[in-house]
Design a protein around this ligand. Structure first.
Ligand SMILES: [Zn+2]
Length: 280
């Protein structure tokens, strides 16, 4: 990926440790303990209701990697998190790690950048849902990934800015495959080695590579020369410099579907949110 500083403002202190007091839960430990709270810039990936009042939050910390935590009281009407826990929100988050538990405790969350238009629009939020699900599936827990962090942020910004997920989502899917090291050869058949030339190549979720007309099996979808050339542009150009989205629509779909198939192939998981894209 190209130099990431171009993707957006650089925020100072991606991760810092500060010390604060918090009351440990449980009747046995009512005494106040001094615990170090961690702070990181983060992207909220997903939240789930937890009990009557709390939320389980999956987030990608710029410094911490993907983590899960509990936001106590987040389901109450009056809560201290406001709208910061919306999916794909860009936030600064403070949390406390607990040695014996997998879930961290989220203490505070502040908005750095909001994407209200995309989050509140049904069509746009279907695109965001795919970004969220793919990120959850490809990112290992507790492993910082600066490239994926920048890619997700860029994608969401572009969906918000252009009010259209077609180009940003296709770009996101392509780069996720590339960053995962899963891109197959685009110029020759993975089975017999014949160059595709100007012919269509064929892909499917059960196949890691692209196949030629002779080797293809039924059910495989074409990836035409123009869609492969679009992938080349994605590899070399910033997404916000690519225009004329209307004329590219069919190619964007071809490339996105191929990339999502490769993601499913390598993660061995079906992406539930992708089926909503066609109806959006
Ligand atoms: Zn072949």
């Amino acid at each position: 990926m190209r130099d990431g500083t171009a993707y957006g403002k650089k925020l100072s202190s991606a991760c810092a440790i500060r010390t604060c007091f918090f009351t440990a839960s449980g009747a046995a430990s009512a005494r106040r303990q001094l615990m170090p709270a961690r702070e990181t810039e983060a992207i909220i990936l997903k939240t789930f209701p937890l009990g009557e009042a709390d939320r389980l939050v999956s987030f990608l910390g710029r410094a911490s990697g993907r983590m899960r935590g509990v936001a106590p009281g987040a389901r109450r009407i009056k809560n201290r998190y406001g709208s910061t826990l919306e999916a794909l929100s860009h936030v600064q988050i403070w949390y406390v790690e607990r040695e014996t538990r997998e879930l961290v405790r989220i203490q505070e969350c502040e908005s750095l950048e909001s994407f209200h238009k995309a989050q509140s629009d049904y069509q746009l939020s279907t695109g965001l849902a795919v970004v969220s699900e793919v990120s959850e599936q490809v990112l290992p827990e507790h492993e910082a990934s600066e490239s994926m962090f920048r890619l997700i942020l860029l994608t969401v910004r572009e969906i918000e800015r252009t009010r259209d997920w077609r180009l940003p989502l296709s770009y996101f899917a392509f780069w996720t495959v590339r960053l995962g090291g899963w891109l197959p050869q685009f110029d020759r058949c993975a089975s017999c080695g014949t160059p595709f030339g100007s012919q269509a190549a064929y892909q499917a979720t059960w196949e890691a590579g692209l196949l030629c007309e002779k080797c293809r099996r039924s059910g495989m979808r074409p990836l035409h020369l123009e869609a492969r050339q679009l992938a080349e542009r994605f590899a070399n150009e910033r997404v916000d410099r690519i225009t004329n989205v209307g004329a590219l629509a069919g190619l964007l779909t071809e490339l996105r579907e191929a990339a999502l198939n490769w993601i499913e192939h390598h993660t061995e998981r079906h992406l539930k949110t992708r089926e909503f894209l066609e109806s959006a």
